[in-house]
Design a protein around this ligand. Structure first.
Ligand SMILES: [Zn+2]
Length: 408
């Protein structure tokens, strides 16, 4: 990996580093052996004071991290499927979509969202580069093109399918190496009177709640309304609305972009709130380094104290943020015995760089560890509800951020 020579978004000077999480393996490449010998790469975050985009300061080809083994299937999260259904129902209603309309989703995964579009009798097209999820989407009847997305692919899609009434891009803009080209593609793909919606956890929430474990190599940009508005403008789109989802992935924003229109009062208020938080200033990000160091020290101290007191500790959720959290803190299988995950693709593998084996969720009740660290804290409520048996038998859940603590 090499240092960027220019900002990913505006092409200006390279981003100024403010947080170094050390050398870590790719968080989503779960090895089949515990070796811990996976290649490690620097994980350093920087800020562009020209366009305000927070981004990794090293370049990385997207093919390097999204391989055919990519283990994430979004339909595994019940909350996410319900959120997607509500989004589609709202779009069909507000945009008056019918059988003559086309909704395209970029990074459509296994069709978790577009299945609801089809249910309304509206045409759907998915664009999904990873073969496993793309095949799963086609199996449930969602037409899906297996490719990465950018301005070149957008032109080809328009040629074959025409322009879209709505383009949805959830949790993908932050993962592409060239966000400017991606947004130019969105602009080309959507009709002149159409709508683009982009959803992603916001860097404002990341800072406010010390969600530093959401930083990993695959997550190349950390978006704010300010930086999304700049990206949109450069591509000939405008920010027209913002919807907040404070409970989703630790604080998600949905940005609405269009070729015409003016910012809604909500969009204007969000831009003002982000300036008040200092998201347009390097100093705000520079101060975050101390917050992260404190969070890491607190987690290590809590786990060490519990172990010394005889606790047996497991973890819940073999997600990317768990690999960042444990890897950056130097926590491995010597502290955490195993991690459970509902995703069968992950079971039998190991959390990268830690030697911690991934087991089925049933292992919690089977082995009844005294404490379970919720690496997937974004679905904490759902997990705690599902694991009533584990709690009733005397188990406890821990959350790692913003400060490590016993939850229940
Ligand atoms: Zn920039």
């Amino acid at each position: 990996m090499s240092l960027l020579t220019a900002c990913r978004a505006c092409g200006g000077p390279p981003p100024q580093p403010f947080l170094d999480l050390g050398l870590l393996p790719f968080a989503n490449a779960l090895p089949r052996t515990p070796s811990g010998g996976e290649p490690r790469h620097p994980l350093v975050v920087g800020f562009c004071d020209r366009c305000t985009l927070v981004q990794l300061v090293h370049g990385l080809p997207s093919e390097a991290v999204f391989d055919a083994d990519y283990p994430y299937f979004s339909s595994y999260s019940e909350g996410l499927v319900a959120h997607a259904r509500a989004h589609v129902d709202g779009l069909v209603e507000s945009r008056g979509l019918d059988s003559g309309s086309l909704v395209v989703e970029i990074a459509s995964n296994d069709g978790y969202l577009l299945q609801h579009v089809l249910r309304h009798g509206v045409q759907a097209l998915g664009v999904e580069p990873t073969p496993g999820p793309a095949a799963a989407a086609r199996e449930r009847g969602v037409p899906t093109v297996a490719e990465f997305f950018g301005s070149a692919q957008a032109a080809a899609l328009v040629e074959e399918h025409g322009q879209a009434d709505v383009v949805v891009a959830n949790n993908v803009l932050a993962h592409v190496p060239d966000p400017a080209d991606f947004v130019r593609g969105l602009a080309a793909l959507v009709r002149s009177d159409g709508l683009v919606t982009i959803e992603n956890p916001s860097v404002g929430s990341l800072l406010a709640h010390a969600e530093w474990d959401t930083i990993y190599h695959e997550h190349m940009s950390y978006l704010s309304t300010l930086s999304v508005a700049a990206l949109a403008e450069a591509a000939g789109l405008r920010l027209v609305h913002v919807e907040p989802f404070p409970a989703l992935h630790g604080g998600t924003l949905r940005w609405h972009l269009a070729h015409r229109g003016t910012p809604s009062p909500e969009a204007t208020a969000q831009l003002a709130a982000e300036r008040a938080q200092g998201l347009h200033r390097f100093e705000t990000y520079a101060a975050f380094d101390a917050v992260v160091r404190g969070s890491q020290a607190g987690l290590r101290a809590l786990l060490d104290d519990l172990r010394e007191g005889g606790a047996r500790i497991a973890a819940y959720g073999a997600a990317a943020k768990g690999a960042t959290l444990l890897g950056a803190c130097g926590i491995d299988v010597g502290t955490i015995d195993f991690v459970v995950d509902r995703n069968t693709w992950k079971q039998g593998r190991f959390l990268p760089g830690t030697g911690i084996p991934v087991e089925p969720v049933e292992a919690l009740v089977e082995h009844q560890p005294s404490h379970t660290l919720l690496l997937a804290w974004n679905v904490a409520d759902e997990v705690v509800r599902q694991q009533a048996g584990y709690l009733a038998a005397g188990g406890h859940f821990l959350v790692p951020v913003p400060e490590a603590r016993v939850l229940a």
